[in-house]
Design a protein around this ligand. Structure first.
Ligand code: COA
Length: 318
């Protein structure tokens, strides 16, 4: 079963932190961050919970699609960590917006949106499921070591949502997870069990940046080629490439390899940083708000993240 997206929404925390703000307490500077990543600022939670952001995005997506919470048959949240280890963020969103359908989280790191689309398409094949709410919400600020300039400058907090229903927009989807868990991780620790042999504390995000960079460029490029081959279309026939916003240099590198113009590769990383799984749906939301996506347009989406996971899909907009 394929699907189509019928509404999108966003939830962004109020507090905006510029590179200059970071330079006030870290050994970094605006020039380094902009030239190495393309990031100028990011928004981070101060008084908001992740549920607040996710619910705001969800309600906007419902509103734009003309659906009420009771019309939703399933809520899938993508997050690397909600407000609680349990209940799931999806249950918190359901509670907040007044829904009563099944709800669960998926954790595929930054690739979560593409994973959620594949899961949604499976559920929509069942006749009892008509409308699914996908919410990608990340509070990266709580996973960062704010004394580590290698990582904390890269990420931001935010949520983006979409409602999906039965349709034929999704033409191709491919997911993967290569087993290298060491390159990017947030350790969860062992708690205070007296029985554990080696105690481990909850840790902050650590990453081998250059290795992840190489993986990202390779996996996105090969993902595009595989999709084009499978659908028998050329890069020229793709109207927009909505790529995960981890580093502007990764997007530029893929664009150059494909020989395509800049306007086909929209960016929002300058204002938000890396929002993990919320990056692509937020970009989608913005493109729709700016009327830059029309029915019949062909969109390629691709993401990568901890795992290392990767995923790409092609949609012809309905
Ligand atoms: N400000 C100033 N200097 C910084 C800095 C910062 N915020 N962060 C690192 N540096 C320094 C390093 O300490 C290093 O200094 P040294 O040469 O004296 O040791 C120097 O800058 C170069 O660091 P390096 O790691 O080689 O930079 P880079 O060009 O590889 O860029 C990343 C680093 C993280 C921006 C880049 O590797 C990247 O984007 N990787 C992919 C990450 C990613 O996509 N993660 C998310 C996956 S979903």
């Amino acid at each position: 079963m394929s699907l189509k997206i019928i509404g999108t929404g966003k939830g962004i925390p109020e507090k905006r932190v510029t590179n200059h703000d970071l330079a006030g307490f870290l050994d970094t500077n605006d020039e380094w961050i902009v030239s190495r990543t393309g990031i100028k600022s990011r928004n981070v939670c101060s008084h908001e919970t992740l549920t607040d952001l996710a619910a705001a995005a969800a309600l906007q997506a419902l509103d734009k699609s003309g659906l009420r919470p009771e019309d939703i048959d399933l809520i899938i949240c993508s997050t690397i960590g909600g407000d609680y280890r349990t209940p799931s963020l999806a249950c918190c969103v359901s509670n907040s917006i007044g829904a009563s359908c099944p709800a669960f989280d998926v954790n595929a790191a930054c690739t979560g949106f593409i994973y959620a689309l594949e899961i949604a398409s499976g559920f929509l094949a069942d006749e009892k499921t008509d409308n699914i709410l996908i919410v990608c919400a990340e509070m990266m600020s709580k996973h960062m070591d704010w004394t580590d300039r290698n990582t904390c400058v890269l990420f931001g907090d935010g949520a983006a949502a979409c409602t999906v229903t039965k349709g034929n927009a999704l033409k191709y989807i491919d997911l993967s997870a290569s087993a290298d868990v060491s390159l990017l991780q947030v350790p969860s620790g062992t708690g205070n069990s007296p029985f554990v042999d080696e105690k481990k504390e909850y840790g902050f995000l650590n990453m081998q940046g250059q290795e992840v960079f190489k993986f990202a460029v390779n996996v996105v490029e090969s993902g595009v080629k595989q999709a084009l081959d499978k659908l028998n279309v050329s890069a020229e026939q793709i109207d927009l490439f909505l790529l995960h916003q981890a580093n502007k240099r990764i997007v530029d590198s893929v664009r150059r390899a494909l020989g395509q113009p800049e306007e086909k590769f929209p960016l929002n990383i300058a204002h938000y940083g890396n929002l993990s799984s919320a990056s692509i749906p937020l970009l989608l939301f913005e493109m729709l708000e700016e009327d830059k996506i029309k029915p019949g347009d062909t969109l390629f989406m691709s993401a990568f993240g901890a795992g290392l996971t990767a995923g790409s899909c092609v949609m012809v907009w309905e």
